[in-house]
Design a protein around this ligand. Structure first.
Ligand SMILES: *Cc1c(COP(=O)(O)O)cnc(C)c1O
Length: 412
């Protein structure tokens, strides 16, 4: 069919989906001499490939009746069991049973399913500004009504959120308000962590106005310094908090295993929504991770990864201090974990516009406006330190400074 004919047939949802600029940029990152601060993916050298290869072969030979069969929609009971143990041991989260947990095809599917069960076209939800792109795309195909809450160094501006909620309440719109979505630790893209005070305040608001907090925490175990702050899920109650977790950043993203932990009735609804999406997540990778967790201490093994990322982060922060600080009006977040720092440039710099020049100079980043539903963030960029080598981090920072200086000279 011709293009405009296809358009006529497409659903409203299909017209709303956009291709991600991050995927586009990945094409350039393989060019020779290119240094990329763009990728938000783990270093493949941290994947335990020999261990996984061995277990894979074992379970395909010996457990083929499970590993190569359909799984239940809820997910492999062995992995769910191991996951509950891990939550207890690592985060002190207990009192849960298998009915409180659904395994998903990555956290991305959990975000999509949450959109499906909560959001109608006139629903309202709150997100941070900037926002995680995957969440923004999962929610914005369902509704366009967002409360964009500014993000501060210690997490979202809860006073702003409270004011907006009061407003909604006055207008009698609270029944349209469904949830507040937060990334509690080492935000993507901003690198910031929600303080204990703000976690408690968010819960107070959730109790007062009766809404869900969707706590997305892929990076909680990737802390390089400072003290762990209890999850909102742990501080709060299961009637108001839904926790999203994933093996993508602590094991390997290619396995596509995420988990939703929440109230049984919510989990049941998500299970039904998942049935129409994919029946079940791959049984093979679920059993693989289940057996991996039984055999190895995932957090002990993670300590080498943490050491690697910690030293790369230090290199980037030192390089920024030495070179990037030369540019007046520049600020950046100093994350205590995760994969990202968020750089604020002078107002006259449009990072999307500057990208062409950056590609010429062989340095990549992700322009800040990508992470905004509200059209802001033009003078920001997301940079990641986990993939480039130490040398590339220093050289890349020098290139970045050159690019910004040249761009500023050109645009006057
Ligand atoms: C990487 C990431 C995820 C994980 O996505 P998967 O689908 O599990 O690979 C979820 N949320 C945020 C904020 C992320 O940065």
């Amino acid at each position: 069919m011709e293009n405009n004919k296809i358009e006529k047939k497409l659903s409203k949802m299909a017209k709303r989906v956009k291709s991600s600029i991050i995927r586009e940029l990945l094409k350039y990152s393989t060019q020779p001499d290119m240094i990329s601060f763009g990728g938000g993916v783990p270093d493949p050298e941290t994947f335990p490939r020999h261990e996984l290869a061995k277990i894979s072969s074992e379970i395909i030979e010996k457990e083929y009746k499970v590993a190569l069969q359909y799984s239940t929609t809820e997910g492999d009971p062995i992995l769910r069991e191991e996951y509950l143990k891990l939550l207890k041991r690592r985060y002190g989260i207990d009192g849960l049973s298998l009915d409180n947990i659904l395994l998903t095809s990555g956290s991305q599917q959990a975000l999509d399913l949450i959109g499906r069960i909560f959001l109608d076209e006139d629903s309202i939800c709150a997100v941070s500004s900037p926002v995680y792109l995957g969440a923004a795309s999962a929610f914005s195909i369902r509704t366009q009504r967002f409360i964009n809450v500014p993000l501060e160094d210690d997490g979202m501006d809860v006073d702003f959120l409270e004011k907006q909620l009061k407003d909604l309440d006055k207008k009698g719109l609270m029944n349209k308000f469904k949830f507040t979505y937060v990334v509690s630790n080492f935000h993507n893209p901003a690198g910031v962590t929600i303080s204990l005070e703000k976690r408690k305040k968010l819960l107070e608001l959730a109790w007062k106005y009766d809404f869900y907090i969707v706590e997305d925490d892929p990076y909680g175990s990737l802390r390089y310094e400072g003290e762990h702050i209890p999850n909102i899920f742990k501080l709060g109650d299961i009637e108001h908090v839904i926790l999203l977790n994933t093996f993508s950043k602590i094991l390997c993203p290619g396995l596509r295993i995420g988990a939703v932990i929440g109230d049984k009735s919510i989990v049941r609804k998500l299970v039904m929504a998942k049935q129409s999406a994919d029946l079940c997540s791959p049984a093979l990778t679920q059993r693989l991770v289940g057996r991996y967790l039984q055999r190895y201490d995932i957090f002990e093994r993670l300590s080498k990864t943490l050491e690697l990322y910690r030293s790369k982060l230090t290199t980037m922060m030192n390089a920024f201090e030495e070179y990037l600080s030369e540019i007046k009006g520049t600020k950046w977040t100093k994350p205590q974990g995760g994969l990202f720092s968020w750089v604020k440039l002078p107002e006259n710099v449009d990072t999307m516009d500057m990208l062409e020049l950056a590609k010429e100079k062989k340095i990549l980043y992700i322009p800040g406006e990508v992470f905004h539903i509200d059209g802001k963030g033009k003078n920001y960029m997301r940079v990641s330190f986990c993939l480039p080598t130490q040398e590339q981090i220093v050289e890349g920072t020098k290139r970045l400074v050159q690019v910004i200086q040249e761009y500023q000279a050109k645009s006057g």
